[in-house]
Design a protein around this ligand. Structure first.
Ligand SMILES: Cc1cc2nc3c(=O)[nH]c(=O)nc-3n(C[C@H](O)[C@H](O)[C@H](O)COP(=O)(O)OP(=O)(O)OC[C@H]3O[C@@H](n4cnc5c(N)ncnc54)[C@H](O)[C@@H]3O)c2cc1C
Length: 348
């Protein structure tokens, strides 16, 4: 059987490769060692609610259960725990927000994704949580661990290579794509935000990239076991370590850490938690965000056999598993194009 070349081993390339493995389709994944990876910076949070407005995320009913089932299946296979399904505690800022959450719990569309209202008594006094919290279903994926375990699995099967692919050097020959003397029936770009700079296959995709920072803090005495999501999120990593994030900015779209963004995060953390802390690590990455917030999935019209699987914005953990399955059906020509996620969408 012809083989598929996947370029990029972030969340998208990893989930897709595991799905191709299940489908019995041979493939090779090539990554440049995460040089421009958003995934290694990602907090890995997933839930079905939109962050600010509290309505449902795009296709939440279809995507949520499939997402958890996928990562749990691979946890069993790898015998490694990377999915933390303990729920997310959304800080309630004022009485109006409290009323909104109560109304959402009575809404039959939203109720399946909301667990309960939680008293602040369950958290250390060092956290400023005067109106309590609302626990929603979801959790977080330990993305670096998921990527590393997937890479080991692929390497053992000779399905992973570390290299940077120069897209301009991919050649089409008798309906196949040649990279380094190897022929592939299909090439799939899972190159994250770098796709925004690709003029060879998918020029003009409607990206609206957003840079983000996260920090790892050591906060002795916080005694937090579950995620709090306020103006910053706080994810417990064990040993008094917490991941804090994240910022949004639309300039300097690269992996360089900017001190003014770090200060923003620190300020928000200090508003939430009065305990002293030490910064252990600072990270920055670029989210492959799209103008209308929907992924970009499909085949190049001009270069048949070259596909794009990306544009997952801030929701790669939730989106990738179910969308990878439907993507493979399209790859095999068993289902038509999904216009909502089409790569032919134009810039607004
Ligand atoms: C601060 C921050 C917080 C975030 N928090 C969350 C969150 O809580 N939940 C969530 O779901 N998402 C979150 N995201 C978004 C998430 O990180 C992205 O949607 C996701 O990582 C995109 O995955 P990807 O595989 O498409 O791209 P990437 O992770 O960027 O992977 C692409 C890979 O391809 C490689 N590559 C690129 N070009 C080439 C080439 N020519 N040859 C070889 N290799 C190449 C890159 O080095 C990289 O390893 C966050 C992002 C940021 C920046």
């Amino acid at each position: 059987m012809d083989s598929v070349l996947i370029i990029g081993q972030g969340i998208a390339g990893s989930v897709l490769s595991l799905s191709l493995h299940i489908a019995g389709i041979p493939f090779v994944v090539v990554d440049d060692g995460h040089k421009t990876s958003s995934s290694i910076v990602a907090a890995g949070l997933y839930n079905a609610m939109a962050y600010k407005r509290g309505n449902l995320a795009w296709r939440a009913h279809e995507l949520f259960d499939g997402c958890e089932t996928f990562y749990q299946k691979w946890e069993k296979e790898f015998k490694v725990k990377f999915l933390h399904r303990d729920g997310l505690h959304r800080r309630i800022h004022d009485a109006e927000e409290y009323n909104n959450w109560t109304a959402r719990m009575a809404d039959k569309n939203l109720a399946p994704f909301i667990d309960k209202l939680v008293s602040s008594d369950l958290f250390s006094d060092s956290f400023d949580l005067p109106q309590g919290l609302c626990k929603v279903r979801g959790g977080w994926l330990d993305v670096p661990l998921f990527l590393e375990t997937t890479k080991d699995f692929l390497t053992e099967r000779a399905s992973y290579l570390e290299a940077k692919i120069d897209l301009s050097k991919l050649e089409s020959r008798e309906g196949k794509w040649n990279w380094n003397g190897r022929l592939f029936s299909k090439v799939i770009l899972c190159t994250g935000y770098r796709s925004a700079y690709d003029d060879r296959f998918f020029s003009g995709l409607p990206f609206s990239l957003a840079k983000g920072h996260t920090l790892i803090l050591k906060v002795p005495g916080a005694e937090l076991d579950e995620v709090i999501n306020a103006n910053v999120f706080v994810i417990p990593l064990g040993d008094d370590l917490y991941r804090i994030g994240s910022t949004f900015s639309w300039v300097n779209l690269n992996e360089e850490v900017e001190e003014k963004e770090v200060e923003k995060l620190e300020k928000e953390f200090q508003r939430l938690c009065s305990l002293p802390y030490e910064i252990i690590e600072k990270m920055a990455g670029v989210r492959p965000t799209v103008q209308d917030q929907k992924p970009l999935i499909g085949e190049s019209k001009e270069n048949r056999g070259v596909w794009h699987f990306g544009g997952f914005g801030s929701r790669a953990v939730l989106y990738c598993p179910v969308l990878a399955e439907s993507f493979i059906e399209r790859l095999e020509k068993r289902s038509p194009e999904d216009t909502e996620t089409s790569v032919d969408r134009k810039r607004l």
